[in-house]
Write a protein that binds this ligand. Sequence first.
Ligand code: SAH
Ligand code: SF4
Length: 414
Amino acid sequence: MPSADPIASISWPLDGQNSMSQNALFQEMALTALFGHSQESLAQIIEKTGQPAYRATQLWEALYQQRVETLDDITALPKSFRDELKQAGYAVGLPHIQQTFHSVDGTERYLIQLADGQTVETVWMPGGDGGELGDGTEAGDEEEDEELAANDSIENCYKRATICVSSQVGCAVNCQFCFTAKLGLTRNLTAGEIAGQVAVVLNRHRVQIGRDRINLVFMGMGEPFLNYRNFMDAIRLLVKGIGIPEPRMTVSTSGIVPAILEFAREPIRPKLAISLNAPNNRIRQEVMPITKKWNVEILLSAVRQVPLRPRERVTFEYVLLGGVNDGRAHASQLAGLMAIPGLPLKVNLIVWNPGPGTEYRTPEPHVARAFQQRLRESCVPAYIRRPRGLDIYAACGQLKRTLVQIDGAAASAS
Ligand code: SAH
Ligand code: SF4
């Protein structure tokens, strides 16, 4: 890295992040939840009870591999010890699916309730067809498409799905086109609450890790890189505990540069997606004010620091906003930006999903196709992400805890 690199001098108070608006009551409640603790931390809890060390392994396996929902489900532990844990105030402490919204396309959106009564949203997108017609995150991963095609004959024997996970209650980043932004930020999620969303959704669908193919996208409510420590702790629980391989996970960020630099040094990490959404600083500043803090050049320079695994590519997400960033000249300018020597990448185009109270316009399908074509002419791999669960406000940028439904979609309490 050249020493004149503008990002080299940036520091970031990552350690201070977790104290953000978590009230004392919540911290007390969260303390009792066993789900969310690392292996080391469970070992410390067990040590204090005077039980043999192997009980920590039993607890770890029950929480994450078996995904138990109550202490009484942990039959490997003696009943007397389970009672002791309960008396000490411990519980499994998974979040709770409060309400389920069913889309005509099979997508399910969940309103998930946390210990302090706050709610976030999580989305289950079945099929996970791994291509540009699906959730889009895996768009362009051809080698995986081939693997799936080979498995078509046993299609009904296992599940494929993508789960979209939230990282914060609300979001502070204030992107002008995003409905989550309208909520503002209430608080960060804990590692247990982030991984817990995945666990409850896996349980609901009786997923067997190892047999079923589950992708995770951290593209729900919130900016994961503004809750970096908890987010990365959750990743480790999901990989080492629940058993989902990290190349099946993608985190999307609006471009928090210091966190991207830290991410570049992580031994276990998901794939990276960057919400670029504009072909130049002027438009990006307008639609994503965070650009004033870290401009496009600094952002791209940080992304280049992330060492990629074999065949891995960085995804650049680009929300097409009618009349704002969707013209032919914009596509040409974006193609120029994406000509980054030595960085394997792809562009996922997302047609702006509408919702109440915003001024933007959804471009016509032919506009999106022309934009894609222009990128491809410049040898930039580009895919159009098909929105999922539009009728239940489950699509990108629509996660806003709305209980409103468009006609035809169904909601149920769980
Ligand atoms: N905060 C993170 C992840 C959550 S947003 C981030 O911004 O990357 C996930 C994706 O949804 C982002 O790429 C964002 O640009 C996109 N998005 C936000 N609002 C949208 C909308 N109304 N229509 C389509 N995509 C939207
Ligand atoms: Fe936050 Fe992402 Fe929405 Fe921007 S697009 S406001 S970073 S959730």
